[in-house]
Design a protein around this ligand. Structure first.
Ligand code: NAD
Length: 308
């Protein structure tokens, strides 16, 4: 099998999820219901602006109505909370997403906790976190949900297998581990205090990297034949690092020349791909799944709220 055949193609799976969501939206619209997502963007973080733009574009492509509420960096805590209250009260709004990070000094927990759990399409509200923990239906975080969908649609068995998740954040690592547990995997969670990460990671039949550390996972961390899922996303802006991570890779160097940066993950793809049975690339792996699952969550919220 070539490295190309091993690729777990996130773009392909995201397209399949989007097609399913678009069909559902068309049915709902036929019944007079237009799912609606409202996004709150506070401040002028360039990356946040790009993410919010991609979310609005995806909504447009799938027939979901979307509204972006742009607020200045000087917005007060109170103003943020009042906006969330208004969106909660608006019967037409199905999903509310507050783009993080909020401007410095704002209490994001206080804002997120205020979102009506029925409209919490990011799945970050403690109510939804609790439902996930108990394995009850609710709204779940988009990135780990996307990874589960990728594994399912690619026919990768999870039940009974040893899975290692590297990272324990509230938005990726912890919900990822919980979803895998509910899918009957034997799950180990690693984090910044884990001793001998490589030895633990090598136990994995499925390894999920979500540490936010460029190329943390090397060949030493991966058992022969493991499935490797890379959640990390890093912009690599120096040539020496690009050459080190992608030696002799003319395509990556070409991207670097034209754009001044390439994207890379938590997994050292060049070193790990030969050992893995399947592996997600960066870009084109987990990234596209996150927005696809946000769209799916918005439709799910619309159905549940409106009882259809
Ligand atoms: P985070 O910084 O909140 O959490 C990182 C976790 O990794 C922490 O729990 C920490 O304990 C652990 N960690 C850090 N260094 C480690 C080390 N050396 N060994 C073992 N564990 C270590 O990050 P996050 O928000 O969970 O995001 C993780 C990565 O995923 C980032 O690169 C982020 O950009 C990416 N991400 C991608 C998407 C997507 O849509 N593709 C979505 C969310 C996050």
């Amino acid at each position: 099998m070539t490295d190309q055949d091993k690729l777990l193609d996130g773009n392909r799976t995201a397209a399949a999820i989007r097609a399913d969501v678009a069909a559902e939206v068309a049915t709902l619209r036929g019944a007079g219901i237009t799912p609606r997502l409202d996004v709150v963007l506070a401040g002028d973080d360039p990356a946040s602006r790009v993410y919010v733009g991609s979310k609005a574009k995806a909504c447009g492509e799938l027939g979901i109505e979307s509204h972006t509420h742009e607020l200045p960096a000087a917005v007060t805590q109170r103003e943020l909370e009042v906006l969330v209250d208004q969106l909660n009260a608006d019967r037409e709004v199905d999903g509310i997403l507050v783009q993080l990070p909020l401007p410095a000094g704002r209490d994001s927990h206080a804002v997120l906790d205020r979102i009506d759990p029925a409209k919490d399409v990011d799945g970050f509200h403690p109510h939804n976190v609790g439902l996930l923990q108990q394995g009850r239906p609710g709204l779940v975080p988009c990135t780990p949900a996307g990874v589960m969908e990728l594994l399912r649609r690619e026919g990768i068995e999870v039940a009974g297998r040893r899975v290692v998740v590297v990272g324990r954040s509230d938005i990726v690592g912890k919900p990822m581990a919980m979803m895998l547990l509910h899918a009957h995997a034997t799950v180990t969670i690693c984090h910044s205090r884990t001793r001998d990460l490589a030895a633990v990671a090598r136990q994995a039949e499925i390894l999920v990297a979500a540490a936010g550390r460029l190329a943390l996972i090397g060949a030493d961390h991966v058992a022969e034949g493991a499935v490797v899922v890379d959640v990390g996303v890093h912009r690599v802006e120096d040539r020496a690092t690009v050459e080190r991570l992608f030696p002799g890779n003319a395509k990556k160097l070409g991207t670097f020349e034209s754009r001044g940066a390439v994207l890379a993950g938590d997994v050292d793809f060049t070193a790990v791909a030969p050992r893995a049975s399947r592996i997600t690339p960066v870009p084109g792996g987990v990234g596209p799944l996150t927005i696809a699952m946000l769209m799916a969550n918005t439709v799910r919220a619309a159905r549940r709220r409106r009882g259809v």
